[in-house]
Design a protein around this ligand. Sequence first.
Ligand code: ME8
Length: 537
Amino acid sequence: MADKPSFFITTPIYYVNAAPHLGTAYCTMLCDVQARYRRAVGYDVKFLTGMDEHGEKVAEAAQQHGFATPQEWCDSQAPLFKDLWQKLEISNDDFIRTTEPRQNHAVQYLWERMRESGYLYKGSYDGWYCVPEETYFTENQVKKSDEERGTKGEHLCPDCGRPLERVQEESYFFKLSAFQDKLLALYDERPDFVQPAFRMNEVRSFVEGGLTDLSVSRTSFDWGIKVPFDEKHVTYVWFDALLNYMTSVGYGVDSDEARAELAYRWPAQYHVVGKDIIRFHCVIWPAMLMAAGLPITHTVFGHGFLLTKGEKMSKSKGNGMKPADLVKIFGVDAYRYYFMSDVQFGHDGNISMERMVQVYNADLANTWGNLCSRVFNMTNKYFDGKVPPVPADAAECVANPMLPIVEQLYVKYDACMSQVDFTGAAAAVQELAGRVNLYVEESAPWNLAKKEETQGDLAAVIYNALEAIRIIALYMAPFMPNTSAEVFRRLSLGDVEAVTDIEAATAWGKLPAGNTVTVGDPLFPRLNMDEIDLDAE
Ligand code: ME8
């Protein structure tokens, strides 16, 4: 804990029913870029991700894979998630697994608070359950959707279309229906609670349509957290999973330290989730928090789906490219850059190898990478690999067209980043990179180098280009941390990740003259679509 403001950001915790894929990596990367940006503007960030290990879906996956217990299956999968996040430079501060004792403790603590709240009652559930979605559906919802689809009597999931399971069992219920007005009031008071704004309309109309009480315990299977006062019941997986966010910041722990952490970290600033689980986060979760007398998260950001050839990619369908394959072809930074800059946040995004190569070549090989190569090379050639000092009179002879762009860039970038508009932020930085490339073209240092009287101008041009590179590296760091760190190394500058005031750090003129500049290998060698071997091991 620090004297800085807290910024607590979370990914969904992923079901352990298969290895992580591009969709889950996308959501985790979104949070990582946001976490890195928030650190760079001075927040004390806590970034949480993890695994959702309970429920029927995970128990079934364990069985299908021939594991003796779901726990062994989850233990075998945890390294896949952790390794991939490391490979993708994900800077999470915590990794929670819902089978950890801390989660068991927090969930059981919540059950007691729910019992005291009066929003819990015992009854019996008779309806439908979708295991892949871990969601209940009433007879009416199923009937309506079957009729709409023309599949009367088949009992398919209204959301994903897969066969439903009939559930008839004793269950504890959470009085979700009691929260309809309170939720609508929350949406009115806090229009930013759900972002992008169009997702708020979906949530609101869902709640306006009426809420039914939620079955929050199961007796027909046992892979879950036991209800502390009635041990034949286990917690419904979502009632368990949603609480992970609070477990991670000390909920239910009886110590001064934990209480202080909870007060500092909660409510979270952002839950970033896919559009399919918006309802859980914007209806059930705030209602649970209200029932327990706890503050509600500031904002739930709902992102769209990644589609390949128009179809949603998913673990269960097993379609699509694997994150590790893309890292092999493009490198981690370019992989991150493509997904963050080319998929407009909030909307579904069609991804393809062709488009990835196109973005890579245009933005990274030809613009950002090329700029570094040519300017570092010229520094080497004309100034013995040292940042040249700019003679006092040279600034007047060489106009600096980058300056007005740089002066406005922070405000533009900051506005985009804080709205999770990474496409806009990346485009603003690319505009500067493009301008520097053009500036080098226009001012033709190779001609200035030929004459004695233009040596001062030459120094100014090289200095300006190097300084712009330093600034671009700072702004690109949340997207491409390795490349920015490498550019900083080549400019003999310190740790780019240590920056906590990016506005001050990107003010013009901070690059010290005399620093050694190393040319190094090309940062992004051009790629040719025809030479990419998708099946290479
Ligand atoms: O829902 N494109 O876990 P999950 C983009 N355990 N995002 C995608 C995607 C795609 N093609 N496919 C999946 C769960 N996702 C729960 C969360 S949180 C308390 C519990 C996203 O592993 C999906 O939208 O099924 C969701 O946000 C996330 O991956 C986790 O999916």
